[in-house]
Design a protein around this ligand. Structure first.
Ligand code: SAM
Ligand code: SF4
Length: 331
């Protein structure tokens, strides 16, 4: 194997989040503006190019790949990508192939995902109320997500629910979300709203620190912190009454950069070495410029050596920290 990937601070890079599209069938209020414009299709990496790129990272010691978006399941050919990448699971180089999805198309794809070796999926769900779901997602169907969750379970996929801690909403939803997730054998992870992309709304209105939310949770449930990790930035606690786990992702109130093991690639083949910084490298040019992977590996090496120490998110009135929306990189 070519040498493993380490950055200038000695952090080993073993986790790739690969976005396969910036498009989405929903328009969540914290993620996209209603009239978002998308990258022209010709600029997206083709499915074979996505496979080649992901495989180059696997050859360099990446053991976990998360497919994301936009909504990954709206990308034409995405199941061919999953089926192709499953060879790295079978060969043992890749430990985990997974995805983050809004769940609306999961009912159609759950079985094929399981057949490709996917074992766990993250499904984003901020509310159990159909009207509120429609409002948050600007038109989405909660019933479709519920069908997707049932299909995932039937296919044997483990599901983790992700909920963004939206001020004014999550305080009302949290107890039902815990009961629903844990009652159906799913972990629940809460995420602080990050100031990424111009969503046409004031972020200060959306942001609730998870320290505050945790106090609300503890008014009803008994939490015990655990040291369990799942390879991502979440810190977990176990809820005594349900036996289930609750995760906290706190990019705003508590940075987790010192243990960062991940990089992200956009659907256009741009490598971002930090979710909260502009540092990037164009891997599409390296892929399209040569049939051999030497230039691709050289570009990956140079970018990872320069990976920033960490991010510096601030919620400021009216202004995103970065103009790049979450849908460009998928979280
Ligand atoms: N469409 C898929 C989904 O919603 O799961 C995958 C992409 S989405 C960008 C990945 C995750 O980012 C979702 O859990 C979503 O809730 C979260 N997200 C989007 N915008 C965010 C923001 N500004 N702050 C925090 N999380 C955000
Ligand atoms: Fe789409 Fe996911 Fe962004 Fe919602 S959070 S708009 S589902 S990409």
């Amino acid at each position: 194997m070519a040498c493993a990937l380490s950055d200038g601070f000695g952090r080993r890079i073993t986790y790739l989040r690969l976005s396969v599209t910036d498009r989405c069938d929903l328009r969540c209020v914290y993620c996209m503006a209603e009239d978002t414009s998308f990258v022209p299709r010709r600029e997206l990496l083709r499915i074979e190019e996505l496979d080649r790129l992901a495989s180059a990272f696997v050859a360099r010691g990446v053991t976990k790949i998360r497919i994301t978006g936009g909504e990954p399941l709206v990308r034409k050919g995405v199941m061919t990508l999953f089926a192709g990448l499953s060879r790295h699971l079978e060969g043992g180089a890749l430990g985990e192939l997974t995805l983050t999805t809004n769940g609306t198309l999961l009912a159609t794809h759950a079985e094929a995902l399981a057949a490709a070796g996917v074992r766990r999926v993250n499904v984003s769900l901020d509310t159990l109320d159909a009207e509120r779901y429609r409002a948050i997602t600007r038109g989405g169907s909660l019933a479709a997500v519920m069908d997707g969750l049932r299909a995932a379970k039937a296919a044997g996929l483990r599901v983790k629910l992700n909920a963004v801690a939206l001020k004014g909403i999550v305080e009302e939803e949290i107890h039902d979300l815990i009961a629903f997730a844990h009652g159906n054998g799913m972990d629940l992870t809460l995420i602080e709203t990050m100031p990424l992309g111009d969503v046409g709304a004031d972020r200060t209105e959306q942001y609730l620190p998870l320290t505050t939310l945790r106090r609300i949770i503890e008014s009803r449930w008994a939490l015990a912190d655990t040291s369990e990790r799942t390879g991502g930035p979440a810190r977990y606690a176990r809820i005594a009454e349900t036996g289930g786990r609750i995760g906290f992702i706190t990019p705003m109130s508590h940075s987790f950069c010192e243990s960062c093991n991940r990089v992200r690639v956009s659907a256009t083949g741009t490598l971002y070495t930090c979710l909260g910084q502009e540092d990037r490298a164009d891997l599409r040019a390296a892929i399209r410029g040569s049939e051999a992977d030497d230039a691709l590996h050289a570009a990956i090496d140079a970018a990872i050596r320069a990976k920033p120490r960490g991010h510096d998110f601030r919620i400021e009135r009216g202004r995103p920290t970065l103009s790049r929306p979450m849908s460009a990189l998928g979280g």
